[in-house]
Design a protein around this ligand. Sequence first.
Ligand code: DGY
Length: 327
Amino acid sequence: MAHTRAKILVTKRVFPEAIAFLEQRYEVDYVATDEGLSSDQLSQRVRGVQAIVSQLTDKFNAGLIDTLDGVKVISNVAVGFDNIDIAAATQKGIFATNTPDVLTETTADFAFSLLMAAARRVVEGHQFVHSGQWKQWTIDLLAGQDIFGQTLGIFGMGRIGQAVARRGRGFSMRLIYHDAQRAPAELEKELGLEFVSKDELLRSADFVSLHVPLLESTRKLIGAPELAMMKPSAILVNTARGPVVDEAALARALAQGQIASAGLDVFEREPEVHPGLLHLRNVVLAPHIASASVETRRKMSMMAAENAAAALEGRRPPNLINSALWR
Ligand code: DGY
């Protein structure tokens, strides 16, 4: 009797190695485009598959998840998984997996790039030269702010927060952090971290960098009241998730000089950016690329393929989020 191969949907373009790996084992329905699927198309295309390799643009809400009969795994090509209703997946007995670790250092590199670009006005400098405005060297031309020796405030001391702290140490920064859960004493000691309240962090930090997951408790973590607490010289960096910051409030704060500048990789309604941010000179904007080194994105693609394969083959997916499903 012919053995039927499991069917897997890949919702959007990934690195080709991942597709080659999956095609050796399964029947792959590959949506090889960058647009991916609309929510209607997604709800059609998931019918009859046993696994889904998804991306952060695919919204798996409780309604959609409830229709996923026979699906064993939703394997997200991202460390963040706020696009998947994990409680609903768990209820339905569907594994959800993500791609942690491989992107930690790459994302921290980019958070630091944004921090440095905003502090030292790199993008303004580029535009100034590029547009032919540079006529002479002057004493305070595009003078920015020091990074070395300043206070770095980190919200969220998970893997990426720690990697950012290590970079801050290299710049002899004072490192303060806030998290719902305080880090172990050994880690605080190793990295030279000071645990402070949210308000203390906002009041004391020269740089505030966000490394929290998007949860109900972190939505609009930084809004008008928080921005009002920050120093007028402070710089905000967001490589976490857009809705962690109230974008309208941030646009106002930047326009009014309530804080000095911001470096943003993520936005509330990607790919839309609040119009108030688009014309400011004191903001550096990037299109959600913090983990986008070629090698890291390749590894994320492969990791997602391997997580899906493990689930299909009855093994525990290495990066299982809803671990209560594995007993
Ligand atoms: C993630 O992995 O969650 C990033 O936002 C995309 O790399």
